[in-house]
Design a protein around this ligand. Structure first.
Ligand SMILES: *[C@@H]1O[C@H](CO)[C@@H](O)[C@H](O)[C@H]1NC(C)=O
Ligand SMILES: *[C@@H]1O[C@H](CO)[C@@H](O)[C@H](O)[C@H]1NC(C)=O
Ligand SMILES: *[C@@H]1O[C@H](CO)[C@@H](O)[C@H](O)[C@H]1NC(C)=O
Ligand SMILES: *[C@@H]1O[C@H](CO)[C@@H](O)[C@H](O)[C@H]1NC(C)=O
Ligand SMILES: *[C@@H]1O[C@H](CO)[C@@H](O)[C@H](O)[C@H]1NC(C)=O
Ligand SMILES: *[C@@H]1O[C@H](CO)[C@@H](O)[C@H](O)[C@H]1NC(C)=O
Length: 418
């Protein structure tokens, strides 16, 4: 009897839950916008105050493009089944939790945009992004484009991409990455087909170790708006890199060897974005400037010199045609000059100001020395203070022992009483 009641209660509860879990999708095309073109079926449910995913997709015969921007789906539940290819847009949805296997019904999903949500490292760890499960194996999902920009991710779970072997484009802009830690490196290293990686607007101070090793096919890397001091050496591994964005960083020097490994032996950049950094000088030998198709150099305090002249001379006419190019300071007159208007006479100047150049080059060494000295000083001080304290205690104990009856004179106390 009790058992029966329990079963009854349970089934009632699950009915209620089932009722709650899905957004009623009959007549969905009356509430959302449905339209199609020869290749794709579009379902646009932007701003519908949905709290749950649809129970079913509207009937469709072609690639499904489903947009749910600006809804309120705190937990993203398992999406309904479709055999068709799919593109899913779920940005600005307050998504904080994701049900395990959320995409297993959309087994041919190629494009997922979950930007501007509240996902954390802890939440995306686990089975969430796994594909369909059959005969005790998870099948991969064929997603090529994954956008997780503007969430709260600080590290990627080590096996995160295990079931996304076809990923070509990954957007992690505006998350909480301070470093690409071991797990993140492991995760990224499996993305041998990745072509575009966006890590802009994080808190990266450097890319340690082999951070991007294994991204053999990476063509475009965006590191803009981080806290980089240097062009990370690990970029050496990116033999196929063609476009690099390091704008809005603290970078003050691009060393000869910054990315020459990839540059000279293999191919050349076609896009280089270095706006708003602390760079003052650019080496002519850095890369094959004539192969660049885009060079953004605005908002730097460049110094006019022979290297800059030679660079501007080599650049493709498409770049230099805009006379509103970057400016540099002419050391002879302290005037601001258009870089593309530099003349050869700048090469008659003495070589680069050795002081500044030297200082910049050895800034890192100086920094290490300073840190070491500071650490040593701190330790020495601590030891000295500890020894002094111990001695004082020992001394006062000794005095107390000998002169217990004697009133102690305490100059500090006297001072306070004044
Ligand atoms: C879904 O909504 C339709 C009306 O649009 C209604 O007739 C139907 O009963 C609803 N289904 C559920 C499961 O609530
Ligand atoms: C799908 O295509 C078949 C024939 O190709 C057609 O009979 C059917 O009505 C279509 N369904 C939808 C929902 O368009
Ligand atoms: C979003 O949904 C949650 C419950 O899932 C609710 O507490 C919250 O108030 C909703 N926010 C808005 C803006 O509707
Ligand atoms: C599950 O796997 C078996 C073979 O391992 C296959 O025959 C079957 O079609 C699969 N089922 C689904 C739903 O993919
Ligand atoms: C490079 O980064 C800057 C600063 O974030 C941005 O304005 C610019 O659009 C980026 N360019 C490319 C091609 O990504
Ligand atoms: C330039 O970059 C710094 C960070 O290095 C950033 O704080 C500042 O907003 C940027 N300025 C512009 C105009 O983008």
């Amino acid at each position: 009897m009790d058992k029966l009641l329990l079963v009854l209660l349970l089934s009632l509860a699950s009915l209620a839950a089932a009722d709650e879990i899905y957004q009623n999708s009959s007549h969905i095309c009356e509430r959302c916008i449905c339209r199609e073109d020869p290749d794709e079926f579009f379902l646009d449910c932007t701003g519908q105050h949905f709290e749950h995913v649809l129970a079913n997709w509207p009937p469709h015969n072609k690639t499904l493009v489903a947009t749910f921007s600006y809804n309120n789906m705190t937990t993203l539940e398992i999406l309904p089944d479709t055999e068709q290819k799919a593109k899913l847009v779920l940005d600005h949805c307050n998504i904080r939790y994701v049900d395990p296997g959320v995409f297993k019904g959309v087994k041919n999903v190629e494009f997922i945009d979950m930007s501007y949500n509240l996902l954390t490292t802890e939440e995306i760890d686990g089975e969430d992004f796994k594909g369909p499960y059959n005969n005790s194996v998870f099948y991969p999902i064929p997603v090529k484009h994954l956008n997780l920009a503007y969430n709260q991710i600080h590290s990627l779970p080590r096996k995160f991409f295990e079931n996304m072997p076809d990923l070509k484009e990954l957007n992690l802009e505006g998350n909480d990455f301070y470093v690409l830690d071991q797990n993140t490196q492991m995760a990224l290293s499996s993305l041998s087909k990745l072509k575009r990686l966006n890590l802009a607007d994080n808190e990266l101070t450097e890319l340690v170790g082999h951070a991007v090793k294994g991204l053999d096919n990476l063509v475009e890397l965006n590191l803009a708006s981080n806290r980089l001091d240097f062009v990370p050496e690990t970029l050496d591994y990116l033999k196929n890199l063609q476009s690099l964005n390091i704008s809005d960083n603290y970078i003050f020097e691009i060393r000869d060897d910054s990315f020459l490994g990839g540059m000279n032996d293999h191919l050349d950049f076609i896009g280089l974005y270095i706006t708003n950094t602390s760079i003052t000088l650019l080496d002519y030998t850095l890369l094959s400037w004539s192969n660049l198709r885009v060079l953004e150099l605005k908002d730097n305090t460049l110094e006019c010199d022979c290297d800059l002249y030679k660079i501007s001379r080599d650049l493709h006419p498409d770049i230099t045609r805009t006379r509103d190019g970057p400016r540099c300071i002419d050391p002879r007159t302290d005037a601001s000059v258009q870089m593309y208007a530099l003349e050869e006479d700048i090469c008659d100047l003495e070589i680069r100001k050795p002081g500044i150049y030297h200082a910049a080059r050895h800034f890192e060494t100086l920094r290490v020395i300073l840190i070491t000295l500071t650490t040593m000083f701190t330790i020495t001080t601590l030891v000295a203070v500890t020894i002094a304290c111990l001695r004082y205690r020992k001394g006062s104990a000794y005095r107390n022992y000998n002169f217990t009856t004697q009133v102690q004179y305490n100059p500090l106390q006297t001072q306070y009483r004044i």
